[in-house]
Design a protein around this ligand. Structure first.
Ligand code: ZN
Length: 681
């Protein structure tokens, strides 16, 4: 349910208003000296983030953070393997070359090879982290073979008796042939989405077989269901379908044993009993693979709102599986930003008011919105599916029934958002905003409005509404459209309430002008900017992008008669200008009402029509124009982060302090991780 990475349009904001306490706090650091974006290649920008307040943590808290940090990185290999069954072998080969190639490392060919290696690290595998399409090296096959021959054989992932020539022959087609494993997650519902997806969650199975396998297990009347298939690979052995469970003694055991080792140390250093119980339950889950324990863990985790140190660790998001059963490994360690949390708490406190005043049908409103907790966190490390590309807000757990019965925990990743803002360029705003007043509004309120949108999306949006009795979860009813519809629902709640006087009244927004800035940004992004992320000729695939285009495109159509959003062309350039903000708000409310109805009733047919009509297809002329305008700005559409490095200080056996460093070399960090956290073959 995370609001995945930052909207391109957030790159529009360069100045920061003083309203946001996170920003103020960061401003006190010597940031002129801090290089927020040390590197850029292909379509990727490599950023860094600071961890303000780390030095002020007690020695005991730092120790806990350190253990959780190690537990996070210990699982890193798992995601590579989940993303594709050849990924670990390829990564080890690439790293062996980077570490030991004895030829010319300054040649143009070698630089092309390095861009491929860095893209591979960034995506945790062969496929683009966002589009999930396979990307290819720009160096030649012959050169790749040369690199292998010129590198240290003892570092290569060779099987018993295997030669370098054999390894080269095995890997070359996997890396260079665009037809092999072309897509990691195929959402095209016209074909078998399981057998055409290159992820490593299923082996030898068709979509029908997978659907039958889980349909048989799922009991729609179970009030406390487990998430079937969440932590396993489904394989067909001699005609028999079996689950290989991720656990100690099961699949990925060496990595999971290491996670457990560090979690046990963390448990001993926990801040309080509930946190200790929470960590112990996670250990039990990893040791048994029992998904009931995963549910119990999630309930404990969301109830722990007192600990200032917190973490995400486990098999969390299901975007990597077109059927939404299998979850990817992900970990984040953080501590609470007390000041900035006041803003998000003010919004969380109004959850029932927001629900009661929502434009959704009354029968689908929650009578009693429970347990919404929200905070702004300062991230210390990210791993697995949260790294290098990261979410900026997270709302967990994902199980609908737990959210309904116990609520959820919602966080905004304050120092990450801050780093994005610092690294972003003014150029995009100037290029795509219609006039000076739009630019001014964006500069003045952009960062605040952005944070408020994230807060509302996570704290209010995902937590609102309810499913009609007996209908089943959106995953079951809306299938491949479930993620898009859910993200649209949360975004629409945010858009609708941003323009509400309530936001001013509760003191989180100075004026409704801030909401105008967000409306402009959302329309610009949904109708134009995000097109820069996809290749000419492709449609929109990723759920969050589909959701944004769906909302913006549908609003444009709905408001056409009243000219609510106007398409203007100036000097041959296209702009979308909002003429009536209140009418647009009303349209967002109508969209929300329908999206909630679809979710509550599990109306697959309606979801399909909406998403396919507005969310998928691309206006090819406009697409070309956006790409052209962007290319002149030389800005990477995707960003990811180098993590800080923690170093414990010991006095004898006792850890007395933990030092933090901010590495600035992406390649070095990836090689360091490859060397120190390589637990799987
Ligand atoms: Zn979301």
């Amino acid at each position: 349910m995370k609001k995945i990475i930052f909207l391109i349009a957030a790159a529009l904001f360069i100045t920061l208003t003083g309203c946001d306490s996170t920003n103020k706090k960061n401003e006190t650091m010597k940031q002129e000296e801090f290089n927020y974006q040390p590197e850029q290649f292909a379509d990727l920008g490599i950023l860094r983030y600071q961890v303000p307040g780390f030095e002020d943590l007690s020695a005991k808290d730092k120790e806990l953070v350190y253990y959780l940090y190690q537990a996070s990185l210990a699982g890193r290999d798992i995601l590579y393997d989940q993303n594709g069954k050849h990924n670990l072998k390829i990564r080890k080969t690439l790293e062996a070359i980077v570490n030991s190639y004895n030829g010319d490392k300054t040649s143009e060919e070698y630089q092309k090879f390095m861009v491929y290696v860095k893209r591979f690290w960034f995506s945790n595998g062969l496929h683009h982290h966002y589009s999930t399409a396979k990307f290819l090296p720009l160096c030649s096959k012959e050169y790749f073979a040369e690199l292998l021959m010129g590198s240290d054989k003892s570092l290569m992932p060779l099987n018993e008796g295997e030669t370098i020539e054999q390894l080269t022959a095995e890997l070359t087609p996997i890396i260079f042939d665009p037809k092999i494993d072309a897509k990691r997650v195929n959402l095209n519902s016209d074909v078998d989405i399981i057998s055409t997806s290159a992820n490593n969650y299923y082996e030898g199975l068709t979509q029908k077989e997978v659907e039958d396998f889980y349909n048989k297990q799922e009991d729609k009347n179970d009030p406390a269901p487990i998430w079937y298939g969440l932590n396993s690979k489904l394989v067909k052995n001699n005609g028999k379908i079996e689950e290989e469970v991720y656990k100690v003694g099961g699949l990925y055991s060496p990595a999971i044993e290491n996670i457990v080792l560090w979690l046990k140390k963390a448990s001993a250093a926990a801040q309080n009993d509930l946190q200790k119980k929470t960590i112990d339950k996670l250990v039990e889950f990893y040791e048994t693979g029992d998904l009931k324990k995963w549910n119990e863990y999630n309930i404990l985790w969301l109830q722990d709102t007192l600990s200032t140190i917190d973490f995400v660790n486990g098999f969390i998001e299901v975007y990597g599986d077109p059927l939404g059963h299998k979850a990817s490994y992900e970990a984040i360690v953080s501590f609470k930003d007390q000041e900035a949390t006041k803003r998000i708490e003010a919004i969380g406190k109004q959850a029932q008011w927001f629900e009661d005043n929502s434009p959704i049908p009354n029968e689908y409103k929650k009578k009693n919105v429970v347990g919404i907790s929200a905070k702004v966190i300062t991230v210390v490390v990210e791993s697995g599916d949260a790294s290098p590309s990261t979410p900026i807000g997270i709302n967990l757990p994902n199980a609908t029934w737990i959210r309904k019965e116990y609520g959820s925990k919602s966080v905004n990743l304050g120092n990450i958002v801050f780093a994005y803002d610092k690294a972003s360029a003014e150029g995009v705003l100037k290029e795509f905003a219609f006039d000076e007043s739009e630019i001014e509004l964006s500069k003045k309120y952009g960062p605040l409005a952005d944070n408020l949108h994230t807060d509302l999306h996570e704290v209010i949006g995902h937590a609102s509404g309810q499913i009609k009795d007996g209908v089943g979860t959106p995953k079951q009813t809306l299938k491949n459209y479930a993620s898009t519809i859910e993200e649209a629902r949360a975004d629409l709640v945010a858009l609708y309430y941003l323009m509400d006087q309530k936001m001013v009244d509760i003191g989180v927004m100075p004026t409704l002008d801030a909401a105008k800035a967000e409306y402009q940004k959302y329309i610009r992004n949904g109708l134009m900017l995000q097109l820069n992320r996809i290749e000419i000729g492709d449609n929109v695939e990723e759920s969050h992008m589909r959701n944004r285009q769906l909302i913006a495109g549908w609003a444009y159509e709905k408001g056409k008669a009243d000219n609510v959003i106007e398409k203007k062309v100036k000097d041959g350039k296209t702009y979308f200008v909002i003429n009536d903000y209140q009418k647009l708000r009303k349209i967002f409310g109508e969209e929300l009402r329908e999206i909630q109805r679809i979710t509550s009733e599990g109306d697959f047919a309606a979801a399909k029509i909406l998403v396919e009509t507005y969310g998928v297809k691309v206006d090819s002329e406009l697409h070309k124009e956006v790409k052209e305008r962007y290319s002149k700005l030389n800005i990477a559409p995707y960003k990811g982060f180098i993590n800080p490095l923690l170093k414990p200080v010991y006095d004898g056996d006792k850890m007395v302090d933990v030092k933090i460093e901010y590495p600035d070399d992406f390649t070095k960090q990836m090689l360091y991780y490859g060397k120190n956290y390589s637990f799987l073959k």
